[in-house]
Design a protein around this ligand. Structure first.
Ligand SMILES: [Zn+2]
Ligand SMILES: [Zn+2]
Ligand SMILES: [Zn+2]
Ligand SMILES: [Zn+2]
Length: 338
């Protein structure tokens, strides 16, 4: 994740709503694709931009995002990120609101990742477009986190650290985080958009297996009854990836996004010895990430935290990652809106 500059010279972070140095209002400006300070008269202060801005209506009412929208958009206008959320929880409940904010932060970070790897707005917005539902369990319905036909549904409880930690232990998922959920679920979306009816389909089946045989439901029933493939570490990035080719693709894609996001952060935080050149191939990216992981894991252990990069990458997984990497343009820039 890169950082941005306030007009006072201070560093701004991706989720800032105010500059901690000068107190100016700051937020995301879609016109210049940056977190920027906003003048008292409501203009973007990025040099050369000057877009007249107003806060996204969700920012104004609920502080669930830090986006600004064009002042011409009219009252009640939502930013592009908030427009993608078709179902949000009842914000009159304080706990819902806290959890909704946490999920929106993860979602915005995901869209930064997608822009980073070169996924375009057209790819996100083709039919069916990528949208989100953030829903709480009710006495009658348990919300299952997942993806179907462009819609990513996240159970609001995943924003509760206690619930998440229980799941982390119960399902043996060391990377069970909010952003981890998003990076996994968007893998299903990207499979639908870039693989299902496209040229890479046959190579995908060759690497990840036939997603039609066994059928998904049957494979998942077996996974939950019998547990993961006992030999999963030889072929998969995680236990869960051994459940079905679709989950293998989503888990691999999630790891790929973790890798690209961490390397991007290292580059922008000027940790030069651990960053890679632009346009690096998969082996350069992966080797740099594995090397960075040794340092980052040790830092986390120093502070009593879980490993930042717990995965072990074997040869079959490296080939699957090479396939995922090949789905995206080599020289991606920040093309899509965040
Ligand atoms: Zn400032
Ligand atoms: Zn701007
Ligand atoms: Zn918004
Ligand atoms: Zn999945």
């Amino acid at each position: 994740m890169r950082t941005y500059d306030c007009s006072c010279g201070a560093t701004l972070f991706f989720t800032n709503t105010h500059c901690h140095t000068c107190g100016r209002t700051v937020g995301w400006c879609d016109a210049c694709r940056a977190v920027t300070s906003v003048s008292k008269s409501g203009q973007c202060e990025t040099p050369g931009c000057g877009q007249r801005l107003q806060p996204c209506a969700n920012r104004d009412a609920y502080e669930v995002c830090n986006a600004m929208v064009s002042a011409d958009a009219g009252s009640g206008a939502l930013c592009r990120g908030c427009q993608r959320t078709t179902h949000a929880p009842d914000p009159s409940d304080a706990r819902n609101l806290t959890q909704w904010r946490a999920l929106e932060r993860g979602k915005r970070r995901l869209h930064y990742d997608l822009a980073l790897i070169g996924v375009t707005d057209q790819q996100l917005d083709a039919e069916p477009p990528l949208t989100y539902r953030f829903l709480a369990d009710t006495p009658d319905e348990h919300i299952i986190t997942g993806h179907a036909d462009g819609v990513i549904t996240i159970n609001l409880a995943e924003a509760d650290p206690v619930v998440r930690e229980k799941g982390r232990q119960q399902f043996g998922e060391p990377q069970r985080t909010i952003i981890g959920h998003f990076r996994h679920e968007v893998g299903h979306f990207l499979w639908m958009r870039l693989v299902e009816n496209e040229a890479p389909h046959d190579d995908c089946v060759r690497l990840f297996g036939d997603h039609e045989n066994p059928p998904y439901g049957e494979a998942m029933d077996r996974y939950y009854a019998e547990g993961p493939d006992p030999n999963w570490q030889a072929n998969y990035i995680s236990q869960y990836a051994s459940s079905h080719p679709w989950e293998d693709f989503a888990e691999t894609c999630g790891f790929y996004l973790d890798m690209r996001a961490v390397l991007d952060t290292l580059e922008h935080q000027s940790v030069r010895s651990l960053s890679v050149r632009r346009g690096a191939d998969l082996d350069e990216l992966l080797d740099a990430y594995i090397e960075a992981g040794l340092t980052l894991n040790e830092i986390n252990r120093t502070m009593g935290l879980t490993d930042l990069v717990p995965e072990v990458v074997n040869e079959p997984v490296r080939e699957k990652l090479r396939f995922v990497h090949g789905l995206f343009p080599v020289h991606a820039e920040l093309l899509a809106s965040v």
